[in-house]
Design a protein around this ligand. Sequence first.
Ligand SMILES: *Cc1c(COP(=O)(O)O)cnc(C)c1O
Length: 444
Amino acid sequence: MHYFFHHLCKVVKMTDLKTSKEKENLVRRDQKHLWHPLTQHKTAAPPLAIVKAKGALIWDEDGKEYIDGIASWYTAMYGHGNEAIAAKVQQQIQELDFVMFSGFTHKPAIELSEKLMAILPDNQAKIFFNDNGSTAVEAAIKMALQYHHNKNDKRDTLIAFDEGFHGDTFGAMSASGLSSYNGPFEDFLLKVKRVPTPQKENLKEVMAQLRTILKENACAAFVFEPLVQGAAGMKFHDAEGLDGLIALCRENGVLCIADEIMTGFGKTGKNFASDYLENKPDIICLSKALTAGMFPMSITSCTQAIFDAFLSDEVAKGFFHAHTYSAHPLGCAAALAGLELLQSEEIKKRRSYIQNQHQGFVARLKDHPKVKDARCMGVILALEVDVRMERYGTSRDQLYRFFMERGVNLRPLGNTIYTLPPYVITNDQLQKIYDVIMDLLDSL
Ligand SMILES: *Cc1c(COP(=O)(O)O)cnc(C)c1O
């Protein structure tokens, strides 16, 4: 670690800064009134002011260029400032910028529902709009709870994986198993029972645990990130095992909610991680890449059977849940343009190029003495650095700074380094991500 530190300091000094006269000093102004997410402001370093983004690149106010190695939280998969998408959004602004979605409908929402249905698993029939990932999960959980309520079947417990992440609103937070941030709210959460993710080795035990949970509780829904747990550190699990858990839940009348907010739209190699499963989820949550990073929007899709459970002469059996910006036409326009790109030959080719390169890089990483584990699926690549991190937080920040100094935005989660690059990343840019990861490993 000593050498690592020394190396870092040298690079900091070499950074080319503009004179303060040229700079707007955005960071100083930021510090006056802004409260950032996921930040302990007493100890956190000030944020970097970003003034421009294009393709896989972002630029800070000093003109320094960074490769966006995680596509800005897996959203900007077709590149920042994508002109095809921007043109569609522009056109939509001129025709219909926004109208409420209660009592009204519009073509962008209708078209998006048709296009999504064509690629979602066959059992999906209806689409409900929300405005971010957490609220997609929140709506899914409420849908599941009310589904049973409407059938006069009292069920009050959720099932979720250890270390899952589903968002920061109360229902979503309850399902999340990464408890480090939930402390102050623990007394206010929904009832949740947890199982470990299924791996080849533990499948029998996990199935047995789930059986016990199902027997001892009135379970309403099973919420999971299919195949890849993003916030847990891009941890993978077994599709066959997950299929078994879904089947067991289904036998017990438990609705299965796949949170595909991170995995959706091609990141795992198929359109959706659920495409790897035999047993399809009853409810699917989508957001992040849905609008290609242009607009906050999310979708909760469900089966016809769920929708039908809300049909009644009693008004109160309907789903009384809404967000002001439901089905925002600009978000729908961005999503439609994004879907067109997802299915284009060009993007398909880029995705398989990245996937092949990742596989080659993982093979190299596996031989490295400082790598504990390396893995990839689709365009997701992750590795664990084999370094004892006694002060976990500080070491992680050192890794982050190491990458940023070298012009690559990678945000390690503990000692997990991962990249999930935009599909449009160039060959050279992708190579540079691999190079800085190798440089880091060699400096440890
Ligand atoms: C990001 C994410 C969420 C939360 O989405 P927000 O838009 O941040 O509320 C939920 N689930 C998964 C799997 C995610 O990756």
